[in-house]
Write a protein that binds this ligand. Structure first.
Ligand SMILES: Cc1ncc(COP(=O)(O)O)c(C=O)c1O
Length: 457
């Protein structure tokens, strides 16, 4: 589906805070948001391409970098295909994500499989396809020993946990002393065990670390990469051969959710890496990155209809269709994942007027299903639209099936400036249809509806 509409901007270019105003208005005008579509996700196609360009530019001086996209951040085939088309690879963490990556068109040689709990079947498939695999433990390496055909094209690596500490959000910090990920590098005897594991396996040529995601400062991530870089040097020196030839440095660049500005930038990260591990970019090792949130978050938003408003105990509450099913992290951990919210009228134009502290709640049947508490916004009313900004990664693309709420539709859009720079033409393309009631029934056991009924005789 492709739909086009025009929107008007008084000042020519949209100011940063109004980056998506024309898109919201067009979405309402075309019926993508409203009675027929109470909640939907939107992806700025050109914005994604621009973010990929910034990533490539930041690492441009370094030969042999494979930038993979962490599929979990936006597990939608059209998005993955867009990324495959602009030179990205793909990091996957399950059979499902592997399937999506292959359907999207990534060559197996540009796919990397992580995950702390790979089954034998997943490993067999990855090795047969030639997908790179980062083993998460020494036990997994022993499993690979039994499954690996010497002729496999898969690059094989080992994930380490450099144990450099956590960031501001505990559950996003993967390099704490007790993290479940990787081989805990600073635990007694581990370094020697890792060197031994490489000695026994000449085919093991990569080290992997992903220090953490949102909430981890650049310096912490860079310190973890530096420890991994040093380990690679130690392995190669001890073995007397250049066995480790590549480093997968993970993703994790944090995103600024407080306002429209993009920071830190990839260039800041490259600077932090250069300071922490000056030899990292020398070309001695080819590099793999696995960014997710930093490529997509600011290039997407959720739009949702306000169904009702009410007052309770002196508090105004707007009941919308954007709740835990699509903003799961924010609802379950509101302090860690605050989102900027925009208020729009029933025609999709930004609301003005005096602001009022309001709770913006969702449709789910538990009291905590609130995406913002006491937020100062123009007074919301039935039929208005709220926008949850910076939700292009890990939000609408990975919904939660609670209350059998349908997975929301997702649309990509392109917004081109008109001839005089004032009119902006917005073109939408369906990325994912809203989940149908038939699909909900099917995934809820419809085919086995009688399974628990005792049959007579
Ligand atoms: C192994 C691995 N790589 C990359 C990522 C992507 O991280 P981010 O989206 O913060 O860039 C994750 C996120 O969980 C991860 O676990």
């Amino acid at each position: 589906m492709t739909q086009t509409t025009s929107a008007h901007h008084e000042d020519g270019a949209a100011p940063p805070a109004a980056r998506f105003d024309a898109v919201v208005r067009a979405a309402v005008g075309q019926g993508l948001l409203g009675e027929g579509g109470p909640v939907a996700g939107f992806i700025d196609t050109e914005g994604v391409l621009a973010s990929v360009g910034t990533l490539h530019d930041a690492f441009a001086a370094t030969p042999g970098v494979l930038h993979t996209f962490a599929a979990k951040a936006c597990s939608l085939i059209p998005v993955l295909r867009l990324l495959a088309g602009c030179g990205m690879g793909c990091e996957v963490a399950s059979s499902g994500e592997l399937r999506l990556a292959l359907e999207a068109g990534f060559a197996a040689s540009r796919v990397v499989l992580d995950s702390p709990a790979k089954t034998r079947e997943e490993l067999r498939l990855a090795l047969a396809l030639g997908v790179a695999v980062n083993a998460d433990s020494l036990d997994e390496l022993r499993r690979i020993d039994t499954l690996r055909d010497p002729a496999t094209d898969s690059v094989l690596g080992l994930r380490v946990n450099p144990q450099v500490g956590g960031g501001a959000i505990g559950p996003m910090s993967t390099a704490t002393d007790t993290s479940k990920f990787g081989v805990a590098l600073r635990d007694p005897g581990t370094r020697e065990a890792i060197v031994g594991a490489f000695r026994e396996r000449p085919w093991l040529t990569r080290l992997h670390a992903h220090v953490g995601s949102q909430g981890c400062p650049l310096e912490l991530i860079a310190a973890g990469v530096a420890r991994t870089y040093e380990l690679a040097g130690e392995i190669n020196a001890t073995l007397g051969v250049r066995q480790v030839t590549s480093l997968d440095i993970g993703g994790g660049l944090p995103v600024n959710f407080a306002d429209e500005t993009v920071h830190p930038a990839y260039a800041d990260y490259v600077a932090a890496l250069t300071a922490a591990a000056p030899g990292l970019f020398s070309g001695r090792y080819s590099l793999v990155t696995e960014f997710g949130r930093s490529l997509l978050a600011k290039n997407g938003f959720i739009g949702a209809r306000v169904e009702y408003t009410k007052d309770a105990g002196g508090r105004r509450i707007a009941l919308t269709h954007a709740g835990a099913q699509t903003a799961t992290r924010t609802v379950l951990m509101p302090d860690a994942w605050p989102l900027r919210i925009g208020a729009f009228g029933p025609d999709g134009t930004p609301k003005g007027g005096p602001v009022l502290a309001q709770d913006v709640a969702g449709p789910c049947c538990f009291a905590g299903d609130v995406v913002a508490y006491g937020r100062e916004l123009p007074e919301l009313a039935e039929d208005d639209v709220v926008v949850l900004y910076d939700t292009g990664a890990y939000y609408f693309s990975t919904p939660w099936a609670y209350n059998s709420l349908p997975r929301p539709a997702v649309y990509g859009f392109r917004a081109a400036a008109g001839r005089d720079g004032r009119d902006r033409t917005v073109t939408f393309a369906t990325v994912r249809d809203a989940q149908s009631m038939d699909a909900i029934a099917a995934e809820s056991g419809l085919a086995h509806a009688d399974a628990l009924i005792e049959r007579a005789g």
